[in-house]
Design a protein around this ligand. Structure first.
Ligand SMILES: [Cu+2]
Length: 461
């Protein structure tokens, strides 16, 4: 910044007194605005007016637009948990009340307001590139609070908290007692400089035990600067490994969450859940339970999926387009199916924001853990601390980055390997026939059987 004179003397229009009665020095403003100054740049100081509109304009357009609201999702109706599940208030094919996020990039204002009561679970998948000092560009996410259609009495704010994100300045942290929160009808733009590649999660931090459990949480990851180089035959990587050891051909986000039916029912029926009674009835993967986890993604706009899984929306209403053949999964657009070809290297990005530790097993294929909590498995002296396992134990708030090599397969069709929670009650949620829980499939085709991946969690076929 070059501007250094006081507001009072560098104000030819004489209009800033309407905002600050006392002459303010730039030093005072720096103290006042704190860390936010570091990211808004020099533009807003030119006119000497500390206006939110000016600050937003100086930042440029957000990379991503999210909205917070309520909504409904589908979970199997058996086993029923009377009177909590399925909820008698649920519309159409749906069963379960949620709070959640929606991705609303490109929607008109009218379409945006239409998305009240149309939240999705898990929250929209998005990603950013590692901050490049040579080409400094911040990553910006605009959050609109659309309010809760079913609970207008709950005028809860929402925030975006990027869990595990290093060095976020408090202004953009999203923890509501230490930073701003977005009240109903308000809009706020979060600004990040993602300096550490890896897999993270995000959630609303307002009444977070409730809002996280209700569904305001999802997975976010940061691509390393190393991407685009060719190392060990790979061009895409999980970390800046220097040797290609975290490279992959395909990547799949696996977000673990839970639903306690009684709490969701209570929020829908204007009751107060007792959170110390917490008991997860459903364990979910990317917001669905098996075998819905292997149903396709909702239709995805591949060209628009540069920083987000861009689910197609209705051109008139802006509402989500449901996965083909699965109208009940309209608000659960993300598949967990892993399609790959024999011999390929596949990356799985796990994050858990359920409230219990989970043990995810890939039966018959060894996974190599190359990162934990957005930290590569390297010692201080560079020693490789990655390890092979068939099971990862993943606590609440933890993330794991693993890679595996797809086993051989020839001929038509595919081989199926199960990826599931070792706790059988969580892999099937007590559903009849063993269906219904935190489980999915890895399907290995013969070489060339699955076309190259266009975006994360792209099934290819
Ligand atoms: Cu919230």
């Amino acid at each position: 910044m070059t501007h250094s004179s006081s507001r009072a003397t560098d104000d030819p229009q004489g209009d800033t007194g309407m905002i600050f009665k006392q002459p303010f020095s730039r030093r005072d403003l720096l103290k006042f605005a704190g860390g936010a100054v570091a990211v808004v740049g020099t533009g807003i100081w030119a006119g000497n007016v500390l206006m939110p509109e000016a600050a937003i304009a100086a930042l440029g357009d957000p990379d991503l637009y999210l909205a917070g609201t309520d909504g409904w999702i589908y979970l199997p109706k058996t086993p029923a948990i009377p009177p909590f599940h399925p909820d008698v208030l649920a519309p159409g094919l749906l069963t379960t009340y949620i709070f959640g996020f929606r991705e609303v990039t490109g929607l008109t204002d009218i379409q945006l307001s239409n998305q009240q009561n149309k939240a999705q679970h898990s929250a929209p998948l998005f990603w950013a590139n590692q901050f490049d000092p040579a080409h400094p560009v911040d990553f910006k996410v605009q959050l609109t609070n659309l309010g809760l259609a079913l609970r207008p009495d709950l005028f809860d704010a929402h925030t975006l908290h990027w869990h595990g994100f290093r060095n976020v300045i408090p202004f953009f942290d999203g923890e509501p007692s230490g930073s701003v929160a977005v009240r109903t009808g308000r809009i706020f733009t979060y600004v990040y400089r993602p300096r550490e590649p890896g897999t993270y999660m995000f959630h609303c931090h307002v009444e977070d035990v409730e809002h996280v459990q209700m569904g305001m949480t999802g997975l976010v990851f940061v691509r390393p600067l190393q991407d685009g180089q060719t190392l060990a035959g790979h061009t895409k990587f999980l970390y800046n490994d220097g040797d290609g050891s975290t490279g992959f051909e395909r990547e799949f986000a696996m977000f673990l969450s839970e639903v306690w039916a009684e709490a969701h029912w209570a929020d829908a029926h204007i009751q107060l859940p007792e959170w110390s009674d917490y008991r997860a009835d459903f364990s979910l993967l990317n917001g669905r339970v098996y075998p819905d986890t292997v149903a396709p993604n909702a239709p995805i706009n591949a060209a628009a999926s540069t920083h987000r899984l861009a689910v197609e929306t209705d051109p008139v209403t802006g509402d989500l387009v449901a996965p083909v053949g699965h109208p009940e999964l309209q608000y659960q657009p993300q598949s967990s199916l892993v399609n790959c070809n024999a011999g390929e290297t596949v990356a799985l990005r796990f994050a858990n924001l359920g409230f219990r530790e989970q043990a995810m097993t890939l039966a018959g294929i060894r996974m190599r853990v190359v990162g934990r909590d957005a930290t590569p498995m390297r010692g201080r002296d560079g020693t490789d601390t990655s390890y092979e396992t068939e099971t990862i134990n993943i606590g609440p708030g933890e993330s794991f980055d693993v890679v595996f090599t797809a086993p051989g397969h020839t001929g038509p069709g595919y081989d199926t390997y199960m990826l599931y929670n070792r706790n059988y009650l969580r892999a099937n949620n007590l559903a009849p026939g063993g269906f219904g829980g935190q489980a999915t499939e890895v399907r290995v085709y013969a070489a060339g059987g699955v076309p190259a991946q266009a975006y994360p969690n792209d099934l290819g076929v």
